[in-house]
Design a protein. Structure first.
Length: 323
């Protein structure tokens, strides 16, 4: 491998810039040429590609978003689109690809690597923390801290007015942001997709003592279709328990922005450097993850296909501490 291409794809996440910087600098350090591909797979299909030197990634470690931009690209999901992408790679002399993104982006990388003989290395870049084989993903810690900041503020007004707040957080079909956000913010409960078919989480919350000893309550709800979202629960409470003063806050896209935390910057730097190590070791078609503070190579098939389990003891902790 002489030249690598790097792109960010799917939903953006704080720390993607730190990862771009790490991959670029580690590659140059190891004597490789680097090309930045703009707007995810779209830039690969249309040839929006530019050589990256060390200075191109100066002064970005602290920035949210991604300087490479990101996009969702329909064309890349077709064989014709991927052929165009491959042709552009060859034209640019790119012989390995580093993809920073979530499960969709890594699925694309996996299919692309199977069709053409190109080493693809993935970095887990998503606030959702929903990739299997890594303890955490780039952006997750920052999003979690953003949620805490918001919930702390909501708590002030919830207490003053003695209200029940349903706060909707992101996470797709994973409840990591909702559950850990609830523990860290001292919320009374979390409604998460992992348990949507097991129990009526709202009934449990009401039964477990809502308002027995409190003058406000905050419940974090994961945005997933499996939970139905915060509005759904607010409506239910309004119908079934009209005595409660219920409000809804949907945190939305503010969860994706902001300067990455120290944790996300260090994670992105380590994973980015490890992506280049993997390429130098002739690894291919793996996601770089971190487990017990050690770098691990996770085959794409494993990272994408498996549902990442959420720790049950977290649910117990939340329940015990919200009495
Ligand atoms: P996030 O989880 O943060 O939203 P993501 O990476 O899962 O990020 P997606 O929109 O699912 O985001 O995927 C990003 C891009 O990856 C798609 O727009 C598409 O170009 C490519 N992609 C996704 N699935 C496939 C697939 N099955 N085949 C080829 N390309 C795919």
């Amino acid at each position: 491998v002489k030249c690598i291409g790097i792109l960010t794809s799917g939903g953006d996440a704080p720390g993607m810039n730190a990862a771009i910087r790490a991959v670029t600098r580690a590659a140059i350090y190891n004597g490789l040429q680097v090309k930045g591909i703009y707007r995810g797979y779209k830039g690969l299909v249309t040839g929006e590609i530019k050589e990256f030197k060390s200075q191109n990634v100066s002064n970005i470690i602290q920035l949210g978003g991604t300087i490479l931009k990101t996009a969702r690209c329909k064309e890349f999901t077709t064989p014709e689109g991927r052929q165009l992408a491959y042709d552009n790679m060859k034209k640019e002399g790119i012989d390995a690809l580093v993809v920073i993104g979530g499960d969709g982006s890594l699925t694309g990388a996996r299919i692309f690597a199977q069709e053409f003989d190109i080493p693809c290395i993935g970095l887990p870049g998503t606030i959702d923390n929903d990739l299997y084989g890594t303890d955490t993903t780039i952006g997750y810690d920052t999003a979690l801290n953003t949620i805490l900041d918001a919930v702390d503020k909501i708590r002030d007004t919830a207490t003053s007015h003695e209200r029940l707040f349903f706060v909707e957080v992101m996470g797709r079909d994973a409840g990591f942001l909702a559950l850990n956000g609830a523990i860290a913010s001292g919320a009374e409960a979390a409604i998460i997709p992992e348990f949507s078919t097991e129990v009526d989480q709202l009934e449990e919350f009401i039964k477990n003592g809502f308002r027995k000893s409190k003058n406000s309550s905050i419940v974090l709800v994961a945005e997933s279709e499996l939970t139905g979202g915060a509005m759904h629960y607010a409506e239910r409470v309004k119908n079934e328990y009209p005595q409660y003063d219920v409000r809804v806050t949907i945190l939305g896209h503010l969860q994706r922005g902001g300067s990455p935390t120290a944790h996300d910057r260090i994670l992105a730097s380590r994973l980015g450097a490890a992506a280049i190590d993997a390429i130098m070791e002739d690894q291919r078609n793996v996601m770089i993850g971190i487990e017990h503070d050690e770098i691990v190579y996770v085959p794409f098939s494993k990272a994408i296909k498996n549902d990442k389990p959420i720790k049950r003891d977290l649910v117990t902790v939340l329940k015990e501490l919200s009495i």
